[in-house]
Design a protein around this ligand. Structure first.
Ligand SMILES: Nc1ncnc2c1ncn2[C@@H]1O[C@H](COP(=O)(O)OP(=O)(O)OP(=O)(O)O)[C@@H](O)[C@H]1O
Ligand SMILES: CC(=O)N[C@H]1[C@@H]2OC[C@@H](O2)[C@@H](O)[C@@H]1O[C@H](C)C(=O)O
Length: 369
């Protein structure tokens, strides 16, 4: 049988991620053998148009039907367009777009047709990264932690540290770099901590027709309503022990907590919700981390970063402080995970998703011919 890539040696992998904030497709090249990062390559971004974003939004929370098909068509076309521009790629990791995520119910749905993409690009494509983890009792998310483990080694971390991704949803990974392999018990603890930017984005969209609170400008003018924070932290999600994961819209009713507040106070409070979730999450770490490295769009919001610094007892820096690219870390993660899957290596374990045992899974589609 034709193999996607060999079983050893460094290859050039291209990863693509369409995240919960629905802003666009990130694509990035990584040189890896599936264990270690050898180096980073070029990257690109393909923004969704307003009409495409609308189609994706319409598919959120749905499992089948016309809205799902329309969203899938947007995802397929945008990925085919941006990924065709990369040369010298051995394998592609295609996350697709999560439309619905109920790991303890109907499962998890990432739209995007990896088989069609393999044909279009003439390259092996790994996709459907989350289903097997869910089938084995896992949360199906977060999956970036196995890449965070490789990043911790790449940056030469000597002490335990955390990676914090602030996209639409926030997820935290505690890494102990003393371990040699990510699936070893104690090497990783990871989980979603709560919403990140999704509630602020939804607020700005609903009240002002804006995509985001750029630079935290609106939140900076407001004050946090502490009563809303208390109600937020009383949600059962926060009492659950990790691992645990969220769907983008699981906290969309949080906007209701701030409906009486001014635009600025509402933005400050929803920004505070993200920080409060992270601060509370940190208590689950087995030991205090030496630092928290922040990736994802939220690291560009100084108000949010300041709230995190005020709530945590260790340095909180964008991943750029360690020489990583916070706009591309998730795309790079799916490049790395694609190589691991093609080589039969696990991409999640009990400490990252609560899955019964370490698992790889995923679908590998090869082009014809
Ligand atoms: N300059 C900025 N100022 C404030 N917020 C910003 C800025 N840039 C990005 N963001 C926020 O970050 C979000 C995008 O983050 P990111 O691209 O990491 O999300 P994602 O990868 O789609 O989500 P997820 O990681 O949950 O899948 C934007 O929607 C916005 O809310
Ligand atoms: C189901 C799903 O798509 N979850 C995303 C989402 O966005 C952030 C957070 O929630 C994380 O759990 C995950 O994405 C990253 C890339 C992950 O799997 O690590």
């Amino acid at each position: 049988m034709k193999k996607a890539i060999g079983q050893s040696g460094v290859v050039t992998a291209l990863g693509a991620m369409s995240g919960t904030s629905l802003d666009g497709v990130d694509a990035a090249v990584l040189r890896t053998d599936g264990h270690r990062i050898e180096g980073f390559g070029t990257s690109g971004y393909r923004a969704y148009t307003a009409a495409e974003r609308q189609a994706l939004r319409a598919g959120l929370g749905q499992w089948q039907g016309a809205a799902v098909e329309a969203a899938a068509a947007v995802v397929d076309a945008a990925h085919a367009e941006i990924l065709a521009g990369f040369d010298g790629v051995d394998i592609v990791g295609f996350h697709g777009q999560t439309l619905a995520h109920e790991p303890r119910g109907r499962g998890t749905l990432q739209v995007g047709d990896g088989a069609a993409l393999a044909q279009a690009l003439g390259r092996p494509v790994v996709w459907d990264f989350r289903s097997d983890d869910v089938a084995m009792g896992g949360e199906g998310a977060p999956l970036a932690p196995f890449f965070h483990f490789a990043c911790a080694h790449w940056i030469g971390a000597a002490e335990p540290l955390c990676f914090l991704n602030l996209g639409g949803v926030a997820n935290l990974t505690y890494v102990d770099p003393a371990f040699a392999r990510p699936e070893q018990p104690g090497a990783l603890l990871a989980f979603d901590t709560g919403p990140a930017n999704a509630p602020v984005n939804d607020l700005l969209q609903a009240r002002l027709g804006q995509e985001m609170d750029e630079g935290g400008a609106l939140a900076a003018q407001g004050k946090v309503e502490e009563g809303a924070l208390e109600l937020f932290l009383a949600e059962p999600f926060f009492a659950r022990m990790p691992p645990k994961s969220l769907d983008r819209n699981d906290f969309s009713e949080m906007i209701g907590l701030v409906c009486e507040l001014s635009d600025a106070d509402a933005a400050a409070t929803l920004t505070g919700l993200c920080a409060a979730g992270v601060v509370q999450a940190m208590e689950h770490c087995p030991a205090p981390p030496a630092q928290v490295l922040v990736t994802g769009g939220g690291r560009k919001n100084p108000v949010l970063m300041q709230m995190l610094r005020a709530g945590l007892d260790c340095p909180v820096e964008p991943v750029e402080a360690a020489g990583l690219d916070g706009d591309m870390l998730e795309a790079q993660a799916f490049a790395h995970l694609a190589v691991r899957i093609a080589r039969g290596l696990p991409t999640s374990c009990p400490g990252t998703t609560g899955v019964r045992a370490a698992v790889g899974g995923g679908i590998i589609s090869l082009p014809d011919g």
